[in-house]
Design a protein around this ligand. Sequence first.
Ligand code: PEP
Length: 244
Amino acid sequence: MRQLIAGNWKMNGLSEEAAAIVGPLRRGADGLACDLLVCPPFTQIFTVAHILVGSPVAVGGQDCHPNEKGAHTGDISAAMLRDAGASWVILGHSERRQDHHETDALIQAKTHAAVAAGLAPIVCVGETAAQRVAGDQNKVVGGQLAGSLPPGFSGVVAYEPVWAIGTGKTATEADVAAMHLFIRETLVMQLGQAGEGVRILYGGSVRPANAGSLLAVPHVGGALVGGASLKAEEFLGIAKAAKA
Ligand code: PEP
């Protein structure tokens, strides 16, 4: 399966900045050996999707509400993301788990809503520094997978150790290998044979310089990229390191 390189812009990107990232991506994306995805803030999804029409670069949201519609001021439904031009959505990112107190149950409901609306979900899991120091990383990630993935889940999982996000610290290849194997085994236990086909992304300070070695680790099905996705050249540099 092709690796997926997904860019999470977080709360970055006014119109001019968005066009400055996406224009070069559009020109540089042809012939890549991986799938490419950008997840701008809600306000830029329509514009970015418009610029990328006819290109192989897909567009996603960074969150959605679990309900189809209704009295939820300030929220965005999965169908609204689709309507704006998104085909993917990131769910359960650690910043949302922290800043918005999102629980596994809520993330599972959002994942269900996303799939029902025709979006491909990327469900994020990962331990904090304290949890890793305590040796609890498998317990934490196993619990997040059990709680966040609906029965029959089809989508992508992103392993993002919280301590590696935006810090410049990257997990070692050995730690990534151990965790991705653990996630694969857990997915197979939860989903049966279908668990073999789920792409498992690594996220946490991925840069062009470390992408080749991280993407070569067994069971790494791509990368979820924050900071480096805001510069087209860096994002394309990571994409060029992906395996066919
Ligand atoms: C992220 O936000 O998902 C992420 C991995 O960020 P960064 O690449 O900046 O660590």
